[in-house]
Ligand binder design. Structure first.
Ligand SMILES: Cc1cc2nc3c(=O)[nH]c(=O)nc-3n(C[C@H](O)[C@H](O)[C@H](O)COP(=O)(O)OP(=O)(O)OC[C@H]3O[C@@H](n4cnc5c(N)ncnc54)[C@H](O)[C@@H]3O)c2cc1C
Length: 483
């Protein structure tokens, strides 16, 4: 971690307050989009602060354009709401692909082979699941539309630096931009920075430890190579499998990236996606982030030159884009009112305050035995801090749970629950900690969020928009919220 060589006092300054609102959301990635759009749609005067010039976080600027794990093995859609709306808006622009709904859950080998070729994210444990591959650039435009239509006041190019605290109560946010250091006062502050940037200044407890073998231990600098002739690449790989294996071994020894995916989006079939992984000592240390930016581009160049020289089909290719935003997978994880631990991955009992159901697909036999995991609202509430929610991959979880459930759709779902709860707390004049769980679940269900006992039986289109048709909304009060 970057160490201070000495300290100096910061001169006392007054800060201009530029807005007084109901809800301020810091970070415009998947969590922040869910939070800001749902808070505003539920009637809260909402401000969104994002450090870059576009929205979407890793889902756009990080070039992470796979939205996986939306249905379980049985083919039932489990993540809906704002995430599904985002996908449907992309579908209308032909900027997204996914297996058609009729085949979710299918074990047909022919279909599996077809979808495996398009993206292995659409197949798990011999079942086709609902996962979507999206266009990053069109997504930026659609997310702009979604926040603008919801009347969220958005500040881009603005870095949220610290929450304003009144004792243990959050009361707003300080942010920095070309306009200087400014403040926004708010009744509820939502940390959607991904990394939990506000937590240290809010006095919230959090963990940062990560087992180096876990996916979330790695930083990434993703990149795309364009103009690849895949007919030639596939022919070479099929005709000379041993030579292919030798070459990939050689590339790996050099520190390059032998594993790549195809875009498969319409008109982008000649584009290769590479998601490398870099070990690091911390994902919030600016010196480490800088080191990996340099290393990532060095290895990107090495990989592309190697492919061009050795793999037929890459001769005329070029690097079209390296991610504008370094890929961070795991940083701070807040200590919430309820911390999800590996034991929760084995439970089939919903919580009283369940705000989302996440299909459990990545743990082999264990997943087949336990297809869905329930997520409690309390995992978004930082212990001991009032008026604050954490709606991003910094949610309250141990390393194992975080490793499985910090993906893009999960974070949109955290955001949707947090934003809805924040608006509810304001309209009912209670703190976010005291929001009535039953009312929150009812609102989420009405927003097409599948919940236990409130599964949308099916989606119907009304005036071009997906509307859930529910089965009987009975909810067993098992796993009460006292945990
Ligand atoms: C290489 C890689 C591959 C991955 N593969 C997949 C995959 O295939 N599918 C999948 O679903 N997930 C994948 N993930 C994980 C997923 O991308 C993230 O976990 C998810 O995007 C987290 O969403 P978030 O909203 O918590 O954070 P982020 O996506 O990181 O968004 C945080 C947002 O907040 C902004 N921000 C941060 N700090 C501040 C601040 N202080 N002030 C203002 N703004 C701030 C950021 O600019 C960003 O817009 C991958 C991640 C990486 C890095």
């Amino acid at each position: 971690m970057t160490k201070a060589i000495r300290t100096i006092p910061e001169p006392n300054k007054t800060i201009d307050v530029v807005r007084d609102c109901d809800v301020v959301v810091v970070g415009g990635g998947p969590g922040g989009i869910g939070a800001a759009v749902s808070a505003a749609r539920n009637g809260a005067d909402t401000v969104l602060i994002e450090r870059y010039g576009y929205l979407g976080g890793m889902g756009t600027g990080g070039l992470v354009t796979i939205i996986p794990c939306l249905s379980d093995f049985a083919g039932t859609m489990q993540i809906g709401g704002i995430n599904q709306e985002w996908i449907e808006r992309l579908t209308l622009k032909e900027a997204e692909i996914h297996p058609p709904q009729e085949i979710w859950g299918s074990t047909d080998k022919r279909l599996i082979s077809y979808w495996n070729d398009r993206s292995f994210f659409t197949v798990r444990e011999g079942h086709i699941i609902y996962s979507s591959i999206i266009d990053a650039e069109i997504s930026k435009c659609i997310l702009n539309d979604m926040v603008a239509e919801a009347k969220v006041k958005t500040y881009l190019h603005s870095w949220g630096t610290m929450p304003l605290m009144d004792g243990n109560k959050a009361a707003g946010v300080v942010f920095e931009s070309k306009s200087g250091r400014q403040a926004i006062l708010a009744k509820v502050v939502i940390d959607s920075t991904g990394d939990g940037d506000l937590l240290p200044f809010a006095g919230a407890a959090f963990d940062t430890d990560i087992d180096p073998n876990l996916r979330i231990a790695n930083l990434s600098l993703c990149y795309w190579i364009n103009n690849v002739n895949f007919m030639k690449v596939d022919d070479f790989r099929k005709m000379y499998p041993l030579r292919w294996a030798e070459l990939m071994q050689d590339l790996m020894k050099k520190g390059g990236h032998p594993f790549f995916m195809r875009s498969n989006l319409k008109g982008q079939e000649n584009v290769v996606w590479i998601h490398p992984r870099y070990a690091n000592s911390s994902q919030t240390d600016v010196e480490e982030l800088t080191r990996v930016e340099f290393l990532g581009r060095e290895k990107m160049l090495l990989t592309h030159e190697f492919f061009k020289k050795n793999i037929p089909g890459f001769e005329d290719s070029f690097i079209v884009l390296s991610s504008p935003q370094l890929g961070t997978r795991g940083a701070r994880r807040v200590h919430g009112d309820c911390m999800l631990t590996s034991g929760d991955l084995l439970s089939n009992e919903p919580f009283e305050d369940t705000i989302a159901i996440f299909p459990d697909l990545d743990r082999g036999e264990a997943s087949l035995a336990h297809p869905n995991t329930f997520i409690p609202y309390r995992s978004l509430l930082p212990r001991g801090v009032e008026n604050m929610l954490v709606a991003c991959r910094a949610f309250s979880s141990d390393q194992e749970v975080n490793n499985f459930f910090n993906l893009i759709p999960h974070c949109v779902a955290f955001g949707e629950a947090a934003g809805t709860a924040a608006a509810l707390s304001i309209s009912r004049r209670v703190s976010v900690r005291n929001v009535d769980f039953a009312s929150l679940r009812k609102r989420l269900a009405a927003q097409n969020v599948p919940l236990p006992g409130m599964y949308p039986a099916k989606y119907e289109k009304k005036e071009g928009k997906p509307v859930a048709v529910y089965e009987a909304p009975a909810f067993g009060e098992r796993r009460p919220a006292s945990k």
